[in-house]
Ligand binder design. Structure first.
Ligand code: GAR
Length: 196
């Protein structure tokens, strides 16, 4: 038995607090080959730069199709030496061409207890439905939108005076624990059986 060393690309579209949680995890930080964003100028890129991690901006608007965008993302990840992808606040859906190239090695964090409230605005959706408990899901990515096999979930109660910002802040506390744990367990520290 040997321990495979699996390097990752982190995909992030926004403020990058989940990226920061990954950077701050000693087992993960050396494994991050590149941080890829679909938007220039976002805080995720600043955080990567501060940590000395290579960055790539692949602007969504530069591509004619989701397929072309997704292939460019997968090319950038592979070109940087990544064998797995972690979607940490990445707000684009990748096409099957990209998913197949990293089959079983793409993890996403989503701010609800899936299968409730997939897609965008999951926190607002939970508030407007009046549910009393929402939470965080970390899951493998398949070709659907937030439909892949669930790795871990944590509930977060909704308080009577919550607004979107207060609820999202409590959800993020859980995200910042759950995502790094899953990345260590299922990607970076993955055990492989080697040929003797
Ligand atoms: C996170 O709450 C993440 O769960 C959510 O975006 C936020 C990004 O925050 N992702 C989705 O909604 C994906 N559908 P961050 O940029 O501070 O990590």
């Amino acid at each position: 038995m040997w321990r495979a060393i699996i390097d990752i690309a982190v995909l992030a579209s926004g403020s990058g607090t989940n990226l920061q949680a990954l950077i701050d995890t000693p087992e993960i930080r050396p494994r991050i080959r590149v941080v890829i964003s679909d938007k220039p100028g976002v805080r995720s890129l600043e955080r990567a730069g501060r940590a000395g991690i290579k960055t790539a901006v692949i602007p969504w608007g530069d591509f004619e199709s989701r397929r072309d965008f997704s292939i460019a993302v997968a090319d950038a990840a592979e070109g940087a030496g990544a064998e797995a992808m972690v979607l940490a606040g990445f707000m684009r859906v990748l096409s099957p061409e990209a998913i197949e190239r990293f089959a079983g090695r793409i993890i996403n964090v989503h701010p609800s207890l899936l299968p409730a409230f997939p897609g965008v605005n999951a926190v607002a959706q939970a508030l407007s439905h009046g549910v009393k408990v929402t939470g965080v899901t970390v899951h493998f990515v398949d070709e659907g939108v937030d439909t892949g096999p669930i790795i871990a979930q944590r509930p977060v109660p909704i308080l009577s005076d919550d607004d979107e910002a207060s609820l999202h802040a409590r959800i993020q506390v859980e995200e910042h624990r759950l995502l790094p744990q899953a990345v260590v367990e299922f990607i970076v520290g993955k055990d492989s059986v080697g040929v003797q």
